[in-house]
Design a protein around this ligand. Structure first.
Ligand SMILES: *Cc1c(COP(=O)(O)O)cnc(C)c1O
Length: 436
């Protein structure tokens, strides 16, 4: 490899890869369906139509092998895609590992993370069906920034409920969203019945993604021509993110490699799904049985590693369908760690199903050891990772050291889901030894 493996624009995938097709084909089984919270019956398209455009509802339950990427969306992807695949040679060297460490760098998107991959698609499908505004929630602000920009491109209004603790601690993200033309409201807020109820219960709450989702859904459901958009968890979000893994696969082929281990941090599961699903399709078919896929989460919000696999609501007020997932409980308020994007109580039903079926593994780390990994990465590879992505880096280092002990040349691929240039406050705290 030269320094980077960059594909040509024309090599950008033309379709999204749908994992449910492979699950059905090779496993003969699909994740349990989402349920209506009132009747506990599988949710039908009608119940979702108030919040989502028909095309996304169709994608949510599609069993097609692939779904075409609309030309308009593909053209917008070309602003930053195909994203580069890099090899972390200096990190390998300092660890003295025989492992080859590759990473897909999603921080090259204008908003600095992988979230724009689905934001552009979601905004496009909504616009096409006549929607004029979108509401959403955001934790660390990356999803809000992505949707704000996508809405601006498609000339739609965007309203973002931002988790209180991030609103207070990540003021620049709010500025980014405002600059893209979105309105940002700290959550819980007094603007919704759900928000007022949360505040009544605990006036000093730091907020949570679950609460912010409740508020965004309430506004979408009660405002004409307005829909709701979710940045992770749902099947259609996983679907859009598979563009990452499809590109990575082509790039790895050019390097003459196939990963033994794929690692991604896991908040709702979308960047992990994005990089791994195209490879998991191979594993399901029996071609790549040895492939290990590892989800990395914070100990402050350990949905996969400590949660229960059961039906739970996607938000705190109980407005979303019930989803079968590993959950620490929809009313759980995780401590305000810096990796705000990993503070979600559950995970994507598709990712949870794979974990339940033991096709993927999961580990959890404390904030401090994650930042130590981020520091080593910044000092060897130069890129300052998002605190979320740094969780993946921590596990990469663990696996690289294991490969060294075992004297095995492993090929590791991880997703560097975003850069941390708007997280310098957190890094400053870490460097000054003030991190809890
Ligand atoms: C949102 C976010 C995450 C976590 O969300 P997933 O759906 O699990 O990918 C991870 N990394 C970055 C940079 C994010 O913005």
């Amino acid at each position: 490899m030269k320094n980077m493996n960059i594909l040509e624009g024309r090599e950008l995938p033309r379709t999204y890869l749908s994992l449910p097709y492979y699950l059905k084909k090779y496993l003969g089984e699909l994740p349990p369906p989402s349920l209506d919270p009132k009747t506990r019956q599988p949710i039908g398209p009608d119940a979702l139509a108030r919040l989502f455009p028909m095309e996304l509802i169709r994608q949510e339950v599609s069993l097609e092998k692939e779904i075409p990427i609309p030309d308009e969306v593909r053209e917008l992807y070309k602003m930053y895609r195909p994203s580069p695949l890099l090899r972390a040679k200096r990190l390998e060297k300092i660890l003295g590992t025989p492992a080859h460490i590759y990473f897909k760098y999603e921080g090259v998107s204008p908003v600095g993370s992988h979230k724009l991959n689905t934001a552009l698609a979601q905004a496009y499908y909504n616009k096409k069906e006549g929607v004029t505004g979108l509401t959403t929630e955001t934790g660390a602000g990356q999803w809000g920034s992505a949707l704000a920009l996508a809405c601006k491109f498609f000339d739609m209004k965007c309203r973002v409920f931002m988790v209180r603790t991030s609103y207070d601690h990540k003021p620049y993200r709010k500025t980014v969203m405002n600059l893209y033309g979105a309105r940002v409201i700290p959550s819980p807020s007094k603007e919704t019945a759900a928000g007022r109820a949360f505040l009544k219960k605990d006036p000093d709450t730091t907020g949570s993604l679950g609460m912010a989702i409740s508020e965004a859904i309430e506004v979408a459901a009660t405002t004409p021509n307005t829909h709701y958009a979710l940045g992770s968890v749902l099947n259609h979000v996983m679907l859009h993110q598979t563009i990452i893994g499809q590109e990575a696969k082509k790039q790895m082929v050019k390097e003459g490699e196939y990963p033994d281990i794929i690692i991604g941090c896991c908040g709702g599961g979308s960047n992990l799904a994005g990089i791994s699903f195209p490879f998991i399709a191979d594993k399901l078919s029996g071609k790549k049985k040895h492939l290990r896929v590892i989800a990395v989460e914070p100990t402050a919000c350990p949905s996969l590693t400590r949660g229960q696999y059961r039906y739970d609501s996607g938000d705190t007020a109980g407005l979303t369908p019930l989803m079968k997932m590993y959950t620490v409980g929809s009313d759980y308020v995780p401590s305000p760690i810096h990796a705000g994007g990993l503070r979600y109580h559950g995970d994507a039903p598709l990712v949870c199903f794979l974990y339940y079926k033991k096709f993927i593994e999961a580990v959890a780390y404390d904030q401090k050891e994650v930042f130590q990994a981020a520091e080593l990465f910044a000092q060897t590879e130069g890129i300052i990772p998002a605190p979320e992505s740094a969780h993946a880096i921590k596990q990469v280092i663990v696996e690289a050291i294991r490969a060294k002990k075992e004297g095995k040349k492993k090929t590791i691929l991880f997703n560097l889901s975003g850069h941390g240039l708007l997280d310098l406050g957190a890094y400053e705290e870490f460097l000054e030894g003030k991190m809890k």
